[in-house]
Write a protein that binds this ligand. Structure first.
Ligand code: AMP
Length: 147
């Protein structure tokens, strides 16, 4: 099996986010791969800005919610040792934007939780299901059993 070179963590900040993040980090260490993080904003209305789907972390915005989201991503990135160039804050539909960035960045492994904020209604979250069907790269769904 070839080594992974670029791993993408899909972070939703749900209860199990840190567990999934640690898995992604140790896989990146194991394979000596680059680690990137994506968080997709799907629950805030975007203010009237010039941003497209990708929101630059290093640009000031006057919108508190957006700044809070940037800070959350920076904190996670700092904890995992991922620099800002590899932190993706994107606005849109998670399952679509994750596949989009994975394709653009030539990701070879996407790490997700088996379910996230949408709970256990589906054993395999809808986001994961859709990513599996729309990306050519490997997808690791970290099994989350207890919540
Ligand atoms: P769900 O489909 O909500 O059960 O989520 C399953 C997994 O998809 C989560 O554990 C995350 O890894 C990923 N995911 C869901 N929503 C987002 C999001 N807004 N941004 C980044 N990753 C997400």
């Amino acid at each position: 099996m070839s080594n992974y070179k670029h791993i993408l963590l899909a972070a939703d900040y749900s209860l199990h986010n840190d567990y999934v993040a640690e898995k992604a980090k140790s896989l990146a260490e194991h394979y000596q791969a680059k680690l990137s993080i994506i968080h997709v904003l799907d629950n805030i209305a975007m203010p009237d800005t010039n941003y497209g789907a990708v929101i630059p972390l290093n640009e000031d915005s006057n919108y508190d919610l957006l700044e809070a989201e940037k800070n959350k991503l920076r904190e996670l990135g700092n904890r995992l040792g991922v620099d800002e160039d590899n932190q993706w804050l994107v606005w849109g539909v998670p399952k679509e934007e994750i596949v989009e960035i994975a394709t653009q960045q030539q990701i070879d492994l996407i790490v997700v939780g088996s379910h996230g904020r949408h709970g256990l209604a589906l054993l395999l979250g809808s986001t994961v299901n859709s990513i599996l069907h729309h990306t050519p790269c490997d997808v690791l769904a970290v099994r989350l059993l207890d919540k």
